[in-house]
Design a protein around this ligand. Structure first.
Ligand code: ADP
Ligand code: MN
Length: 264
């Protein structure tokens, strides 16, 4: 493990490096100094433990595994954590503009790429708020624990020892397919009508199969139902989901009954 000067140890495997002296340089690129300070303070506050391994590397964020902190006194807190760290590089959030713009919740916030640090903080904050709103609305999502700057700490959704699979990677029987499809339709409708959110990046990649149920993740780009482009995003979400399940069911899904359900 590499110590990070900030009291948080990171397993070198996390960043896919060996044991030579270039470790430090590689680690620096993945977790910049500010981010390491944030992790250090989260650990001192007993919110996270050491970063054990990398769950996922993406264009805009990496997700890491952290055990339940030894300091934790809250018995209701999850037994393991997923720590999502948003990249602060300019490239990463150019594509986010169209989601943040038009969000009345973030009027006057730093929505331009002039200040990458603040922009990315807004993004992480948005995911935290969306997760909480969905949870309160009865949608299965990881429980959001804390957000500081570009770091979001949430419940780690596990199946056995490993992360719960994405819908894309889950092995499903035809009965599962039908059951999960109707579950998802109810969820999407509830998200819109009750939680007043459109996911805006919904697909088999951003849905986990957890305890045999649909669990929604990756909601940093989700928008209010009255966002000027909310219907474009909703249409796309419906299209993705519909397409995927049609493929899974080899065309066997009752499209007509579906149309009636989509009574937005
Ligand atoms: P990205 O912006 O990189 O797509 P996601 O929020 O979709 O970020 O997370 C990337 C991947 O990390 C997911 O596909 C999932 O496999 C895993 N993951 C994310 N959050 C959790 C969680 N709370 N528990 C378990 N795995 C997670
Ligand atoms: Mn994703």
């Amino acid at each position: 493990r590499l110590a990070l000067n900030t009291g948080v140890a990171v397993n070198p495997k996390v960043v896919g490096v060996g044991k030579d002296k270039s470790d430090r340089a590689t680690l620096d690129q993945v977790l910049d100094a500010r981010t390491r300070l944030v992790l250090g303070s989260l650990k001192r506050r007993g919110i996270i433990d050491d970063i054990e391994y990398c769950i996922s590397t993406g264009k805009e964020a990496n997700v890491y595994y952290s055990g339940r902190p030894a300091l934790s006194t809250d018995s209701a807190s999850p037994s393991a954590l997923a720590v999502k760290i948003y990249r602060t590089s300019i490239l990463a959030f150019r594509s986010r503009k169209s989601y943040i713009e038009g969000e009345h919740r973030f009027k006057g916030e730093y929505t331009s790429s002039k200040n990458p640090r603040k922009m990315v903080r807004v993004w992480a904050e948005k995911e935290l708020r969306n997760l909480r709103r969905l949870h309160q609305g009865g949608i299965r999502v990881p429980i959001a624990i804390e957000q500081k700057e570009n770091v979001l700490v949430m419940e780690f959704l596990a199946t056995g020892e490993s992360a719960s699979p994405r819908l894309k990677d889950a092995e499903l029987s035809q009965e599962d397919v039908a059951r999960l499809y109707s579950e998802l339709i109810v969820i999407m409708r509830r998200m819109f009508k009750h939680c007043k959110l459109v996911h805006a990046d919904l697909s088999e990649y951003n849905i986990l199969l957890h305890d045999s149920h649909i669990c929604i993740i990756d909601v940093s780009q989700s928008v209010e139902h009255d966002h000027p482009r909310s219907f474009d995003f909703l249409r796309k979400d419906i299209h993705n989901v519909h397409d995927y399940f049609t493929r899974l069911s080899r065309g066997d899904i009752g499209l007509l009954s579906l149309r009636r359900t989509w009574d937005f």
